[in-house]
Structures are given as C-alpha cells and as structure tokens.
Design a protein. Structure first.
Length: 605
C-alpha cells in the first residue's frame, strides 16, 4: 500500500476514534509539505473542525498524536494553523522503495480483457509530398499519447488515414507524365516521397507560369485584373488536365489507376522509411480512396432517415443550427464527397473493424470546427463514441527564420530535420570527447539516440495546445530541460551500477528497519513514488508534456542528490546498498517515462 493510502486510512480511523464520525476518503486531503515547513506530507484539517468542535490547531494536534501512536508510517508531526505536517518514518520510505524496486513497470497499469479500447488517429499524410515538421509534431504526439493511454490500462489501436486521392494527387501524376522521362526512385536515388513531392512542386511552378501568362492576356482584352487572375486559375490548361485526370480516376480508368498505384507505392516506401527513423508505427492504416465511397453511402443512408437534407441542386447538407452551428455540406451537387464525408466513411470502417470505446483524433487546431461538426454528425448516425470523440488539438510548430529550409523552399522536411539532429548530436559528442573509447558504430548509434531524443523531447515538453518554435541548437544542450540532459543522467546511473556490479543490492530486507535516510534520499523516493500519479494525470489531460516535465524534475532531484552524496565511495555498506537501489530505480523510471515519449535512453554516452 502507498504511504498516502496508509495515512488516509489511518486518518479516517482517527476521526472515527476521536470524534465518533465516519468520513469519506475524498474528505481526507493530503498534499506534499511545503518546503519551508518540516514534514513530507500535509493533512488538511479544516474539513474535520466542525465535527471535532475544536480549533484547527487543537484538531490537528489530536489527529497528529493519534497517527504517531497508531500509524507506523508516521514518525512525528507539527501543526501550522489548519495544516498537519507529517514526517514519514524511514522504514516506511524503505518499504516504498522496495515496492518500487520489485515492480519493473511501477506506476503503470496493464490492460486486461475488460479494459476500454481507445483508438488514436495520427499522421494523416498526403501522398503528393514528403512528411514535414508539422507531421513530426503530429506523429510524436500521437505515438506518445498511445503509450500513455496504454500505461493507464487501456487497450490501444494506433491508426493512420492516408489522403491518397484528389486533385493534389493528380497534379503530381500529371507533372511526372509531362516532365518525368520515366524517372523512378531507383534511377534518381531519391526517396519515393521526395521524388513525388518534387513533381508536385514542378506542377505548381508551371501552373503559376500559365496563370500569369493567361491573366496577362485576359487583362489586355479588357478583363479587370482580379477577375483575370481568377479566370486564369480556372482556365489554365494544366489545371484542366489535372481535373480531367481526376474524373478518369473516379471512373476507374485503367491507365490512370495503374499510374496512381505505382506512384503511391513509391511514396509509401518513403513514408515507411521516415516513420521507422521517427520511431512510430500503426496497427491499422486506412486510405481515403477506400473510405470516401463508404462515407457517401452513409450520408445517403442518413438522408433516407431524414437526418440530412437535399437541396434543389442535388447537394446534401446537415442542418446544425439547433446545435448553434451552421449548415454543413456533405455531398456536392455533382455527387462528389468532401472531407467530412470521407471522415464519416472512415469512422464507419473503423467501427466495423474494432469495438471502439473512445476515439481520439490527433489533428492541428486549424481543424477545431471540423471535429466539432464531425462529433455531432457521427452521433446522429448512431456511433456510440461519436458525441464524445476527442479532438486532440495541437498548435503549429515552426523553426527560426533561415533554418532548415527544404528543397521546396517553404516547408521543413522531416527527413532533413532528423538527419540534422543526428549529425548535430554527433558533432557535440565529438567536440566534448566523451566518445573517444567507442567504436564508430557505437558513436553513430548514440548520436542517433541522442539526436532523436533531443528532437522528440523538445517538441513533447511543450503543452501541445500551444504554438511552438523549435530550435535544433537549444534542443541538443546537455544541461537544462532537454532530452540529452535526461539521457546523460540515465547513462551516468548505468555507469555507476556497472562499477558497483559486485555490491549486493538485490534486496533491502536486511536494511529496511535499521537504515537512516537523508532528506535528499527521502525526496528522491517520494519523487519516484509520484510517477504513477504523473502517468494518470497525463492520461486524463492527454498531455505528453506532463510526462516530459516529470522526467525532468526527477532528473534534477537525482543530480542534486548525486552532487551532495557519494554512492560508490560510501563506506557504510547499508547506506551504499540503499543508494544503489535508489539509483537503479531512478534509471528504471526515467527509462520507462521516456519510453512513453518514444525516446530511447542509452546505457552510456
């Protein structure tokens, strides 16, 4: 039993014995004692004052005396107004340390057959361009959230919806037909997603040239400038050809479909390589080319039930005015679908595939309205999780001006960013001379772990709802609130444990009752015991940043302890054994906590 639970039960017993009153657990409020007062945990006495018919100070004194006499966990107390500050006995801390040591996944809960199933959607790329910095934040948040929900005892299914159809895909296909000369990833040496992205850019370049020339012609014929540009955008030969290709795709034209499948296959191979480097994966991938027809059928079904309405032009709409929103288009007048229709179709497929209890969409905050509407529509259509779907809305991420501009000149390429982070980590490590005794393979592997850890931690430590500026140089720092700082502390502890390999620290049973603990040791054990609460809170708030900040706080407390106390040179064998067990478990919790962020921790650095 946790120390807090022991004291809670003892406090309930105290009130019963002293004041003949039964109190619910929620009335027993415990919190960490403020640093200016002596003690470890503080019991708020005010809720019991009325039933005791005594002053807060008297009530605190009486409960304090009862706890010292009847609860082994409490060694002494002091009262400050209505706050009873409790000092916890060393034996209780050592028992808690033993409990932590005996559980490889202390603070985390495993799912069982009765656990709810949570589905989490993230990534959502388009097949006309490579993944960029925005996708990096999306993927890292989605992956971490999945680990956190799993650590809270949920079954988790990680899904991806790939936008593999539409005019943007046809633009890349058309450009490749016109200017590709049969180029392939093999012949060019480029990743498939980068190759296709280059042709998307090429289309845009030629299209803008056509629009400019056509707008100039229209202007010469007397068309006002603004109208001339709008007409040129619609009448430019390239965009017309792209639309014709889209129509052929919709009609299952064999040549267009064959080209589409070939080029998409190149992109998927490129995506897989990026996902592997980023350390994320999916249990199930859905494709909009398969879901949009399901969505159209579901909308038609809703129309037949009177849930939606068809306008005179043949378009189908959902009237959301009773929910304080507007009317939402679901099918265009020509019968083609919109994004909302596709999301309904994807939901239909997922609900058929899995018994979903909770659905979480990891999508940027520019889509807040979209998911507000989707929730209402799914609820209308009978999805049990529709009304309570969660849009895990996150802010945009940018880099300082002039940093990491990709081949398109407008976005930051994910592959380029990861390569930069790993090379920066290698450079910093080489300059520090910390890797002199390692093989080249070890140096590069540690550079990968540290570089990727720096990237992931810097992004995940920020509240997901906020926009953020990512600075690669700051993220590699080995001091402060960074991934490498935590990784280095883990590596340092593992080094200590290797050096202490001959010290018997397998059990604390022989030292539990006799060892005395310093305030720093108690602080470390108490901080480790808070890991479970941090995991639970991160799951409640959908907040990877909560785990990141917990890992940083635990790392700081350990380093303060390590600065003040020797571990390997401690002459008292009992104290040395306790400190080694503390260190071992700090490393364990850091490793488990960072794993919830998708971050590896090295054995040495």
């Amino acid at each position: 039993m946790q120390i807090e639970q022991q004291i809670q039960q003892a406090a309930i017993a105290a009130v019963k014995a002293l004041y003949q009153q039964d109190v619910p657990e929620k009335m027993v409020q415990l919190q960490k004692t403020r640093s200016e007062f002596e003690g470890n945990l503080t019991l708020v006495v005010f809720p019991f004052v009325k039933m005791a018919r005594k002053s807060p100070e008297q009530c605190g004194q009486e409960i304090g005396e009862y706890l010292v006499a009847n609860c082994d966990a409490v060694s002494k107390y002091n009262v400050v107004k209505g706050f009873l500050n409790l000092s916890i006995a060393d034996a209780a801390w050592l028992q808690l340390l033993t409990d932590i040591d005996n559980d490889p996944h202390y603070g985390e809960r495993a799912a069982d057959e009765n656990s709810p199933l949570v589905m989490i959607e993230y990534s959502s790329p388009n097949t006309n361009k490579p993944l960029h910095l925005g996708h990096v934040r999306n993927n890292l948040l989605g992956w971490s959230l999945a680990q956190i929900m799993q650590a809270n005892g949920n079954k988790v299914v990680k899904t991806n919806i790939v936008n593999d159809r539409g005019i943007h895909i046809c633009k890349s296909m058309l450009a490749w037909l016109k200017w590709g000369n049969g180029e392939t990833p093999e012949s060019s040496g480029k990743k498939g997603d980068h190759l296709i992205g280059d042709y998307y850019v090429a289309f845009d370049k030629h299209y803008r040239e056509e629009v400019k020339a056509l707008a100039a012609q229209l202007a010469l014929s007397g068309v006002p400038a603004e109208q001339a540009e709008e007409r040129a955008k619609q009448e430019a030969p390239l965009i017309k050809e792209a639309h014709q290709m889209l129509v052929k795709w919709e009609q299952n034209d064999p040549e267009v479909r064959a080209l589409w499948e070939k080029m998409n296959a190149w992109v998927y191979a490129g995506f897989d390589e990026t996902y592997q480097k980023l350390g994320v994966s999916f249990d199930k991938i859905y494709y909009e080319s398969q879901t949009y027809l399901k969505g159209k059928a579901k909308v038609e079904e809703g129309l037949a039930k009177g849930l939606f309405e068809r306008h005179d032009d043949g378009s189908v709409w959902a009237d959301l005015t009773n929910e304080g929103l507007d009317k939402k288009l679901l099918l265009r007048s020509d019968g083609t679908s919109v994004y909302m229709t596709q999301d309904i179709g994807t939901a239909e497929m997922r609900f058929h595939d899995y018994p979903i209890d909770k659905m979480i969409y990891v999508v940027g905050n520019e889509q807040n309205y979209h998911f507000q509407v989707l929730s209402i529509l799914l609820d209308r259509l009978g999805f049990k999780w529709g009304k309570e779907l969660t849009h895990f809305s996150y802010g945009m991420v940018e880099l300082p001006n002039g940093k990491m501009k990709s081949r398109e000149g407008t976005v930051v390429d994910a592959d380029d960013l990861m390569a930069l982070m790993v090379s920066d980590a290698r450079r910093v490590s080489d300059e520090a001379g910390k890797n002199a005794d390692m093989t080249e393979e070890e140096k590069q592997e540690i550079a990968r772990i540290v570089g990727m850890g720096a990237l992931k931690y810097f992004i995940l430590k920020v509240d997901a709802r906020k926009n953020m500026l990512f600075n690669p140089e700051e993220s590699i720092d080995f001091n402060g609130n960074t991934g490498p700082f935590i990784q280095y502390t883990h590596a340092r502890i593992r080094s200590i444990l290797r050096k202490a390999a001959n010290t018997n620290v397998s059990s604390l049973s022989s030292t539990s009752s006799s060892s005395s603990l310093s305030s720093k040791e108690v602080e470390l054990i108490q901080k480790m015991s808070e890991y479970g609460a941090a995991v639970e809170q991160a799951g409640t708030d959908y907040s990877p940043s909560g785990i990141a900040n917990y890992c940083y706080e635990l790392t700081k407390v350990f380093n303060q302890f390590y600065h003040d106390y020797s571990i390997l040179n401690e002459e008292d064998e009992q104290k040395k054994a306790v400190r080694l067990v503390i260190a071992r478990n700090v490393a364990k919790i850091l490793k488990n906590g960072m794993a919830l962020l998708g971050i590896e921790v090295p054995e040495r650095m």
